[in-house]
Design a protein around this ligand. Structure first.
Ligand SMILES: Nc1ncnc2c1ncn2[C@@H]1O[C@H](COP(=O)(O)OP(=O)(O)OP(=O)(O)O)[C@@H](O)[C@H]1O
Ligand SMILES: [Mg+2]
Length: 278
């Protein structure tokens, strides 16, 4: 469907039966405080996952472990069968859209240059971007639906448009695995829907997609699997099987029920009353 994705896939010889991600018994603590405890998860190539969980559950930490930004104190991580810190040229097969983008909005940088930053790992220190790199930038901007913003300074974009620029930056190496940490934070309902549709198209083109989200009801319409995290993996599998009242209550620490009464399932939570409530 997308010629650039096929082109990229053909240059990286990744056997199809190797899982895109394999996390085994991973433990992470910050200053002695445990954040991930014995997390194991296998994401096959070509699947579309949502990683769900409350604030502080360890979702961002888990993504950072997968991309190799954090080394777990215990356990093993493999991306396409290799340790994330030893991916070598396969690193371009991994696209990452972090949760908090550190951008100085007063720094005069244009959209095309932000997207080109995604190619720097492939360029090395000495090579300047060539026509092929600029073509990849244009294709990525086209793919996320903002080719008209190519020359715009980053500060002159809306929050939703900026999110698409960061997605384009992750796509510019033509990855096989895309990790997104709350890509729709601060994005309106219509733009959220169209972003999820875009991710679904990328997935249909053969990309493995894993995204962290709090839109529990909405993502379940798009993904084929969910992983529910609250420091440990509470449950994982198909959304309709996994998202039971028990799992939701284990995950959120409160009573939570899914209502499937409209096109979009709704999550309703009820906090337990305080102990001293009369
Ligand atoms: N660099 C750090 N140093 C110390 N503690 C940290 C650090 N990064 C995260 N934490 C703590 O680890 C826990 C998990 O954080 P993490 O960012 O992984 O959660 P999360 O599930 O992504 O939450 P959210 O939904 O709010 O983004 C939190 O309690 C957080 O305060
Ligand atoms: Mg987070």
């Amino acid at each position: 469907m997308f010629p650039w994705l096929r082109r990229a896939t053909s240059t990286l010889d990744i056997p199809p039966d190797v899982p895109a991600i394999e996390v085994r018994d991973v433990y992470v603590s910050y200053n002695g405080h445990p954040v991930l405890q014995g997390v194991s998860l296998t994401v096959p190539q070509g699947s579309f996952w949502a990683l769900l969980g409350p604030n502080g559950a360890g979702k961002t930490t888990l993504l950072k472990v997968i991309v190799g930004l954090i080394k777990p104190q215990r356990g093993t991580v493999r991306v396409f069968g290799r340790p994330p810190e030893a991916l070598g040229p396969w690193r371009r097969a991994l696209g990452y859209v972090p949760q908090h983008q550190r951008v100085d909005l007063y720094f005069p940088i244009r959209v095309k240059d932000v997207v080109m930053m995604g190619r720097y790992g492939m360029l090395g220190f000495f090579r300047r971007p060539g026509p092929e790199d600029w073509r990849a930038v244009d294709e990525a901007l086209e793919r996320v639906g903002i080719p008209h913003l190519r020359e715009r300074p980053l500060h002159a974009l809306s929050g939703g448009e900026r999110q698409r620029v960061f997605l384009a930056r992750a796509l510019v190496t033509q990855p096989k695995l895309l990790l997104l940490d709350e890509p729709t934070a601060g994005v309106d309902v219509a733009a959220t829907q169209s972003l999820y549709e875009l991710l679904r198209d990328l997935h249909k083109s053969g990309m493995t997609v894993v995204m962290v989200s709090h839109d529990v009801g909405v993502v379940t319409q798009f993904v084929d699997s969910v992983a529910c995290l609250n420091r440990r993996l509470v449950a994982h599998g198909r959304p309709e099987v996994v998202l039971t009242a028990d799992t939701l209550s284990d995950m959120y620490g409160c009573e939570a029920v899914f209502f499937h009464h409209a096109a979009t399932p709704h999550l309703v939570v009820r906090r337990h009353p305080p102990e001293d409530a009369s």
